[in-house]
Ligand binder design. Sequence first.
Ligand code: HEM
Length: 404
Amino acid sequence: MPRQLAAILICLSVLFSLSAASGAMAQSSVSPQTSTVDSNPAVSKLDDILRRQQGLKSSDETIRPNEIGDPANAKPINSQLGTLGGVSDADFWRAFRFGEADISTQARVPAATTLIQDGGMWWLDFRRGPLQTIAIYLLGGTLLALAVFYLIRGRIRIDGEKTGRTLLRFSAFERFGHWMLASSFILLGLTGLISLFGRKVIIPAFGHEAFSFVAIVSKWVHNNVSWAFMIALIFVFVVWVVHNIPDRTDLRWLLKGGGLFGGGHPPAKKFNAGQKLIFWAVILLGGSISLSGLSLLFPFEFNLFGHTFSLLNGWGVSGWFGMADLPYPLAPQEEMQYAQLWHALVSLTLTAIIFAHIYLGSIGMEGAFDAMGKGEVEEQWAREHHSIWAEEVAGPKTTVRKEP
Ligand code: HEM
C-alpha cells in the first residue's frame, strides 16, 4: 500500500509540473517579444521559435550556436548516447539550424544542402502584407490618376481638319509583334495577380475548391505564356530599337511636356520621347522580369541575387546610402525568395506604366488606336503628333486651295 501511495504521489507531482509548464508556454506565446530567457528549456525554445518567426533575434542566439555537441566529449560506447559521439539529438538539430552540421543527403539537387532556412518567414510575411499593399496603391493609384487626368484634360483630339487620307504607320509584321507582346503581358498580369491575391479574394468569395482550380490554371498559363512574352520582347526590340535611340528632338519634346497641357504638339519622329520612355521601360523592366521569371521557372538553377549582392557590396554601394552590406552568400531558398519579390515588384511597376500606355493608345487620344488596329492613321493625326515622321513619309503639308 505505501508503494501504491508513493506511485500516486509521483503521478500527481508529474501532472502538476506538466500543467505548470504548459501554462508558462501559453503565456510566452502571447507575448514572445517581451519574455526573457526562461530557466524552463521548453519555454525558451518556444520563445526562440516565435521570435525567429517574427524576424527578431532569439533571446539566446549567443549561446545556442555553440550548443551543437562535441565529439571530444563522446560517451563510451556502452553508455547512453555513446553511439552519437558526444552529440545528442537536440545538439544535431541545433547544428542543422545554425548551418554547422556536417550533413550529406542522397538528394543531389542544389537546395538539398540546406535543411532548415528559418529566414523564409520575413519573405512570407512581406509577400502576404507589404507586397499586396504596394500592389494596391501602385495599380489603384495609377488608375485613379488616369481617371483624374481624363476628367481634367479630356480626350486628346485631332486639332486640325481631318484630310480623309491615311498613312501606313505599322506593317502587319510590326502589329503582330505588338499584339503578341500585349496579349501575353495582359495574360501574365492577370494570372500573376491571381497568384498574389487569389487566397485573399477568391477563397472567401468562392471557396477553396474554386481557388484550387483557378490557381492551377493560372500557374499553367503564367508559366507557359511567359515564353510568348519573351519571344515578343525580343521581336519588338529588334524591330523598333532604331526608332527609339534618344536624340535632341526628345529633349525639346520633354521640355514642352509633350504638349499634353496645351502649347501645341512639339515635333517628333516615328516615336516621340514619351513613347521612347515606354519602349525602354518595356525592354529593360520586361527583360528583368524575364530573367527573374526564368530563375523561378527553373528553381535553384540561376542564382542571380547572391552574385549581384556580392558585386554591389564590393563597390560599397550600400555604404553610399548609410546601409549595412547586402546579405551574402545566400542559401538557394533565399535566392528564390529574392527572385520572387523582385519579379513581383518590377512587374507591378511595368503594369502601372502599361496602364498609362493603354489609356493613351485607346480612349485617351483620338486616332491613336488605328495605328495598331488597322496599321493606318489619319494624315492630320500624324502631322500633329509625329510631324517629322509624317513629312518623311508623305512630304511637306500641302494646303488644299479652295476654288474661287
Ligand atoms: C490593349 C492594350 C494595348 C493597346 C490598346 C495598345 C496600343 C498601342 C498603340 C496604339 C501603339 C502605337 C502608338 C503610335 O502609333 O505611336 C502602341 C505602341 C506600343 N505598345 Fe502598345 N498597346 C497595348 C498594350 C501594350 C502592352 C501590354 C505592351 C507591352 C508590354 C505594349 C507595348 C508597346 C510598345 C513598346 C509600343 C511602341 C512604343 C510606344 O508607342 O509607346 N503595348 N500600343
